[in-house]
Design a protein around this ligand. Structure first.
Ligand code: AMP
Length: 471
């Protein structure tokens, strides 16, 4: 990764206005983008900035994606055949898939078979996300650093035996996809051994995540961080580190969500994260790409590594076979290289470090979500978004899981709008976001504490304590 000072690239205003980069291509490349959230709005904005002619397949009428696309189709994104047909009918020369569900359904395989190079992993490679048991076993088999103690259990008897070994300080995870909401942590969501067993019974009987299988993990203590990387099957080109906030309420309280907001620092590290620790996380991701290749499934596409920074360095919490959401909004808003070329290189297997450059700036993203998000969201409420005023505050706006009907924007049960601020320091970026948030109205909820100085200072102090350093 290279961070380039601002005077070496066009100015930030240009990125904010989503300009077309000089790509050296004579024709506009036709790119199919799949997904309708804010992550995909950020992907489509980066493609458009690189001069692509975008065609989108999405389940909801996201006004941001609709506006940037030459054509779009409202569709079940898991319907591989129809998505492939749409891509073919538009003459797509490249594709990128945003969400994990279609990857699990084999969309990348379908697109590749149809001759459309795809910058997203195959169904087999995507198992690092779609099967938590596959991921843990892969890391163990290939002796990847950052592995933790775990047990894969299919019955309550096995769960009890595993608890005898691991103790109660554990995390219970359904092995399949749950949209980030199926994980329960001892001491937070479960207080006794009985609670662990009760949740285990629920996962097994209801087949939460799609199968009656649980991954029981040792509970890690530390600060979480994300590293995303562009991968081409062999090479791993990392992006700036980001910290997301999964909990619904301020002070990191309440239920786990898809993510409420995130920030990145201008040097690509985080206030509590050292360069050596970031490098260790990147090496782990490289080892995972190598392990997958040895298993016969090359990983091509963006990879998301979520780590817990512990007193013994970074440990793996999970991998996602795609960009993170909200983290995509941080890194893609900072990307100053040609995103279409990056996607082509990922699909072709020819990416190199010089391909990905990022503005040397901090970024803050805060999600606007419907009231009740995390427990019972207020869907179908009107959201008033003053795009012009948000832009005047210098912020970027990414629409998420909303629907535009007759000029009005309506909430769904999922997240609504991501607002991103970019500045030299996190503090300045956070202030831009807060000013812009005043221009989104409705029955909404926002975590205003994300990226505030008090919160960052507390994380630095906490991490120093965990490392045993003076505070
Ligand atoms: P995941 O869906 O795996 O990202 O988990 C959701 C959240 O649960 C993470 O962001 C962490 O806060 C927490 N978590 C997951 N695994 C662990 C673990 N082994 N130890 C401690 N916390 C965890």
């Amino acid at each position: 990764m290279r961070f380039i000072p601002n005077d070496h690239i066009g100015d930030l205003d240009n990125i904010l206005k989503t300009p077309t980069l000089c790509t050296g291509r004579s024709d506009k490349m036709k790119v199919l983008a799949v997904g309708g959230g804010a992550r995909e709005h950020a992907i489509v904005a980066a493609l458009a900035r690189s001069g692509a002619e975008v065609y989108a397949c999405l389940k909801n009428s996201n006004p941001g994606i609709a506006r940037l696309s030459k054509g779009f189709l409202l569709i079940d994104e898991h319907d591989v055949q129809r998505v492939v047909e749409f891509g073919r009918s538009k003459g797509a020369e490249l594709a990128i898939v945003g969400p994990e569900g279609p990857l699990e359904a084999g969309l990348s395989d379908g697109l590749s078979k149809a001759g459309i190079p795809t910058a997203s992993p195959s169904q087999a490679a995507a198992r690092i996300e779609t099967s938590k048991s596959f991921m843990r076993e892969l890391l163990r088999k290939h002796h990847v650093k950052g592995s933790i103690k775990f047990a894969i259990v299919d019955t309550i008897r096995e769960l009890e035996l595993a608890l005898d070994q691991l103790g109660n300080e554990v995390v219970v995870k359904p092995t399949g996809l749950t949209g980030g909401k199926g994980v329960k942590v001892f001491g937070e969501h479960m207080m006794t051994r009985q609670d662990i067993i009760a949740y285990g019974e629920e996962v097994l009987s209801k087949r939460i995540g799609g199968s009656a299988r649980i991954v029981l993990e040792e509970k890690l203590v530390g600060e979480e961080f994300t590293v995303q990387a562009f991968c081409d099957g062999k090479n791993v080109v990392p992006m700036p580190a980001v910290q997301d906030h999964k909990r619904a309420y301020e002070g990191d309280q309440g239920p786990n969500t898809g993510g409420m907001g995130s920030y990145s620092q201008r040097d690509g590290l985080l206030p509590f994260l050292k360069k050596s620790e970031y490098n260790a996380a990147v090496r782990i991701m490289g080892d995972v790409v190598n392990a997958l290749r040895k298993e016969g499934c090359e990983y091509r596409g963006a990879m998301y590594g979520q780590f817990m920074l512990t007193k013994d360095g970074p440990k793996v919490i999970e991998f996602n076979a795609r960009f993170g959401d909200p983290e995509a909004m941080n890194v893609l808003s900072l990307l100053s290289s040609d995103f279409v070329s990056i996607c082509q290189s990922m699909a072709e297997g020819s990416i190199s470090k010089k391909d990905a450059r990022f503005l040397e700036k901090a970024s803050v993203c805060k999600y606007v979500v419907p009231e009740g998000y995390g427990t019972k969201s207020l869907a179908n409420e009107v959201l008033e978004v003053d795009e012009h005023a948000i832009s005047k505050e210098g912020a970027l706006l990414y629409y998420a899981n909303v629907n535009e009907k007759e000029g009005k924007v309506f909430t769904t049960t999922s997240r609504s709008v991501g607002i991103v601020g970019i500045s030299d320091e996190i503090e300045g970026a956070e202030q831009i976001v807060e000013k812009a948030l005043a221009h989104v109205r409705g029955r909404i909820h926002v975590r205003h504490d994300i990226a505030k100085k008090e919160m960052l200072d507390a994380k630095v102090r906490r991490m120093a304590l965990i490392r045993g350093e003076p505070t």
